[in-house]
Design a protein around this ligand. Structure first.
Ligand code: IVH
Length: 690
């Protein structure tokens, strides 16, 4: 016996040693291929071969968990899904950039700097010029060289922890390389989706009946905000670093922005291959022109050039404003335009019944995307621009908006063009359509009897900020409607397993998941439920305020106009819209059936036992890093209260700039006064203690 177990141990050690050697080989191979794929853009093996290497390493690590080092490439495959993101306080605020929209604004930027630094005319300022990547800002934290945490920018002060998703990005090193690795490095950069991947992703989504992303930035943001890292892992995101937050345990050889970038690259971090250090503003402007000319041939989306004063010493002297540094400026590119023919005008009916004219275009390439539709906004706009079928038009994509027709080339008309009058009946349901008093929009008056309004109402009801019914996307909602299974939102709660099984390509598991998600939505917060009802003018934020104020759907239903308008954010129009929604017998019926089906909206309890439990805060003056609502949410999230006026019961007064009489009163009463920074560090610490 003794002999046997000895042999076993030996075998075990031998197998483990072999596994360890193979894991090291696989790790080295995967890193080698990552380098060829991501940095050199010259893959040596197929995706399938790469996946096989990764799978083999995953299997080894599953068998021998001690082989899974913190920087193993397998961490990029995506871990377990999260329930929700946690908040991260940035130790140094993540600033944004001031924009320069034309040459005069760039000159004004340089002038401001020169006068602040009192530079003689002959001294040229060196600028580090970089592309302004169009993605989302992320902060990475490396401790002793290992990637410890990644977070979104959020509002610059508080972001969300997205480490698991960022780990899936191949060009983000899990461990820093090179010599003299810092003990702490906070590095900032932009995560983006390359154009080719963006186009592939949208083609795939359209095939699956999912809505396409409007642009690569939305696609990148959507991927990073996925709670399931496996979804992010399937999106080939990339990152470019452009700045540093805290740095401890290492010094930068050349104390300038370009030196910083060189150092980041030496630690294995990705930096832009289009960055250039120039002498003087004229060269910086030339950089802008060169980059603009190159824009269409780049494999990723950029929306301008960023000019940064190169010397860190000068940056320090120039300092920062509340939200942006004085030493940098974003020179934005003009929106991209293209010329094409407007072949037809389609009438699209939205959730609220608004009939929008949509231009059907001869397909044209615009910012890496083929554009074949563009919004014409509304009939006023269409008439003002005198848009006609057959016109040659200029279309534009600015930022994240859907393409729009910005101009008609009237001098190129042949006389054959056709005007389109506003519709008097709904193109879908045939009900009367009209322009209501004081509105520019033409609206279908058919209500929920109009299918697109119903489809959109259900899509909205199930959406993430509303009832958040996971998996119930457009594709399934359309099938529910076309099979006649759902005639209003309340019917959703009567759909059964067999109903889902009639869908194309539906399996037992998927159907059960959909049913579970529908059931789970019966107990969502009241604010979500109110938002989900789709009352005109009631967005997610107003819905939350209504939930807070009334505490139940019954109380809201009975609220008078006066009670409604007493709420912040609710003016007469919103109040009237709420009343008319609840006075409508058809809506009352749907609401009753929702409650009968077991929908019981929950009321959020204030956090009991939070670190600010029982404490009362008052805000005064202007906050610069947080909005009032954000600050209030932070206090309430920790169980505290926020009131409007200072009294003996007030525990803390948070005083922004230009604080007035409340500050005097608080001082008189001996209330503790905090400035914004002290407040942030107070709530920041209490978050950390959880
Ligand atoms: S520097 C201290 N550099 O633009 C200045 N930002 O509007 C902080 N961005 O939030 C930003 N490319 O997401 C900087 N080369 C670049 C950038 C860049 C893109 C984004 C970033 C930032 C936003 C500012």
């Amino acid at each position: 016996m003794e002999q046997l177990s000895l042999l076993d141990t030996k075998d075990y050690e031998l197998m483990k040693a072999q596994a360890s050697v193979r894991a090291a080989q696989l790790t080295a191979l995967i890193r080698h291929h990552d380098h060829y794929y991501y940095e050199l853009d010259r893959p040596e093996i197929s995706d399938a071969e790469y996946d096989a290497l990764m799978r083999e390493l995953l299997e080894l690590e599953e068998k021998w968990p001690e082989l899974a080092t913190p920087d193993s490439p397998t961490h990029r495959v995506g871990g377990r899904p999260l329930k929700q993101f946690t908040q991260v306080f940035h130790r140094l605020p993540m600033l944004s950039l001031e924009n320069a929209l034309d040459e005069s604004e760039v000159r004004a930027f340089e002038q401001r700097i020169r006068s602040q630094l009192a530079l003689p005319e002959e001294v040229k300022i060196s600028y580090q010029c970089e592309p302004k990547m169009d993605g989302l800002a992320i902060e990475l934290v490396y401790r002793n060289g290992l990637l410890e945490q990644a977070s979104t920018r959020g509002n610059g002060v508080v972001g969300e922890e997205v480490t698991a998703n960022i780990r899936t990005i191949r060009n983000v090193p899990l461990r820093l390389t090179g010599t003299s690795v810092p003990t702490l490095l906070e590095v900032r950069g932009e995560v983006y989706l390359p154009l080719a991947a963006f186009q592939r992703l949208n083609a795939q989504r359209e095939e699956e009946g999912e809505p396409a992303f409007a642009n690569p930035r939305n696609a990148a943001a959507g991927s990073i905000r996925q709670l399931d890292p496996k979804v992010a892992a399937r999106r080939p995101l990339a990152m470019v670093c452009y700045g540093v937050g805290l740095l401890e345990g290492a010094t930068i050889q050349t104390p300038c922005q370009s030196g910083l970038m060189a150092q980041l690259a030496a630690w294995g971090l990705p930096v832009s291959d289009r960055q250039r250090r120039v002498a003087g503003i004229e060269q910086a402007r030339q950089y802008y022109r060169d980059l603009l000319a190159e824009r269409d041939s780049l494999p990723y989306e950029i929306d301008g050039a960023v000019l940064k004063v190169d010397e860190l010493q000068l940056q320090q002297e120039l300092g920062e404003k509340s939200r942006s540094p004085r030493w940098a400026v974003a020179c934005k590119f003009p929106p991209r335009q293209a010329e094409t023919v407007l072949e037809d005008i389609e009438l699209s009916v939205g959730r609220t019944g608004v009939i929008t004219p949509v231009a059907l275009l001869r397909p044209v390439e615009l910012s890496g995307v083929t554009v074949s539709r563009a919004t014409l906004h509304n009939w006023d706009e269409l008439e003002r621009k005198d848009v006609r079928i057959g016109d040659r038009v200029v279309v534009e994509r600015a930022g994240d908006v859907i393409p729009a027709v910005v101009k008609v080339l009237t001098d190129q008309r042949s006389g054959q063009e056709r005007q389109v009058p506003p519709p008097s009946i709904c193109p879908v349901c045939g009900a009367p359509a009209a322009r209501l008093a004081g509105e520019v929009a033409v609206r279908c008056l058919g209500g929920l009897a109009c299918p697109p309004q119903l489809a959109e109402a259900i899509i909205h009801f199930a959406s993430r900020d509303a009832m958040d019914i996971e998996g119930l996307g457009t594709k399934y909602i359309e099938q529910l409607l076309s099979l006649g299974l759902v005639k209003d939102v309340a019917d959703l709660y009567h759909v059964g397993l067999d109903d889902f099984m009639q869908f194309e390509r539906m399996g037992d598991r998927l159907a059960a998941n959909l049913l579970n998600a529908i059931n789970a939505s019966k107990q969502k917060e009241l604010g979500r439920f109110i938002f989900a009802l789709g009352v005109r003018h009631v967005g997610a934020r107003t819905a939350r305020l209504l939930a807070e104020r009334f505490g139940s759907i019954g109380h809201l239903q009975a609220a008078t106009l006066e009670e409604l308008t007493s709420i912040r954010d609710v003016g007469p129009t919103v109040a009237a819209s709420i009343r008319s929604f609840f006075d409508n017998p058809a809506n009352q019926n749907v609401l009753r059936r929702l409650l009968e089906a077991g929908v019981t909206p929950t009321v959020e309890q204030k956090k009991v036992g939070g670190s600010l439990s029982g404490k009362t805060f008052v805000f005064t003056g202007t906050l610069t890093r947080l909005t009032r609502d954000e600050a209030k949410a932070l206090v309430e999230g920790e169980g505290g209260n926020v009131t409007g006026s200072v009294s003996k019961k007030t525990d803390y007064l948070v005083a922004g700039s230009e604080a007035g009489s409340k500050l005097d009163k608080a001082r008189g009463l001996g209330v503790i006064v905090l400035d914004e920074a002290a407040f942030i560090s107070m709530v920041g610490n209490s978050q950390g203690e959880q």
